[in-house]
Design a protein around this ligand. Structure first.
Ligand SMILES: C[S@@+](CC[C@H](N)C(=O)[O-])C[C@H]1O[C@@H](n2cnc3c(N)ncnc32)[C@H](O)[C@@H]1O
Length: 221
């Protein structure tokens, strides 16, 4: 998969993809991540990429031309162009799975007051990472990349994410490791039993219980 990210602040990405699982996926050539400063595409002699909003109001608005031209230069037949925006579809694990099967993603990060409305016309999808407003789409794009890349075949063991929270509309079951007792808190006996059927039943039960307590809305689905 190739992921192209369009931003005005490429330095924000320093380090984020140079660690852990994402770095390994890049090193193993499972994913290629390119950061593009769309200021490099502006035709304005002063390198301007934003302007005041028509009709008045606070803040600056990203103009169409640099983003249109940058997307045009990157678009392939299999591209999915995604706009990071607080009024987009709220991002869910199901969407992460779908996107992990794509060949090419182009992520557009807004900034300042936002972007010219006409930029939506070149996007296939609009995604929000939650009901709050960030200063820019950069953090949102990082959330997308991280959640998508870990689901790509071979990046982590399939077993590691099949029981992840939100799969089958359930939250994950609780996990424990050594020691057996820590500050008086004991590991549930069943996990030490070696009885795989019982362990599976216990985990399923805990997963259901946790979902009922914390996210009953998931079970309604
Ligand atoms: C300050 S915000 C603009 C907010 C805009 N005035 C509004 O209320 O919808 C600047 C940029 O940050 C990004 N952004 C902010 N919050 C986001 C969220 N929850 N999910 C995805 N992107 C977000 C978008 O790219 C947005 O264009």
């Amino acid at each position: 998969m190739t992921i192209d990210i369009l931003t005005l602040f490429p330095n924000m990405y320093q380090g984020i993809f140079d660690e852990s699982i994402i770095k390994r996926a890049i090193d193993e050539k499972r994913v290629e991540i390119n950061i593009h400063n769309f200021r490099d595409y502006t035709l304005d002699p002063h390198k301007k990429v934003d302007d005041t909003p028509y009709g008045g109001g606070a803040g600056m608005v990203l103009t169409c031309q640099p983003i249109f031209d940058c997307v045009k230069s990157l678009r392939r037949e299999d591209s999915i162009v995604i706009l990071m925006t607080p009024d987009g579809e709220v991002y869910k694990q199901k969407r992460a799975y779908e996107l992990s099967k794509c060949g090419h993603l182009i992520l557009i990060c807004g900034h300042y007051e936002g972007f010219d409305e006409r930029i939506r016309s070149i996007c296939d999808m609009e995604i929000s990472i939650g009901d709050y407003v960030l200063t820019g789409g950069e953090l949102a794009s990082m959330v997308l990349v991280d959640s998508i890349v870990r689901l790509m075949p071979g990046v982590i063991e399939e077993d590691s994410h099949v029981n992840d929270s939100f799969n089958n509309n359930l939250l994950d079951y609780p996990t424990y490791t050594k020691p057996r007792v820590y500050e008086g808190m004991e590991v549930p006996e069943v996990l030490l039993s070696g009885d795989h059927k019982k362990i599976e039943e216990y985990r399923r039960e805990m997963s259901l219980q946790r979902t009922k307590e914390r996210r009953p809305d998931l079970l309604e689905k």
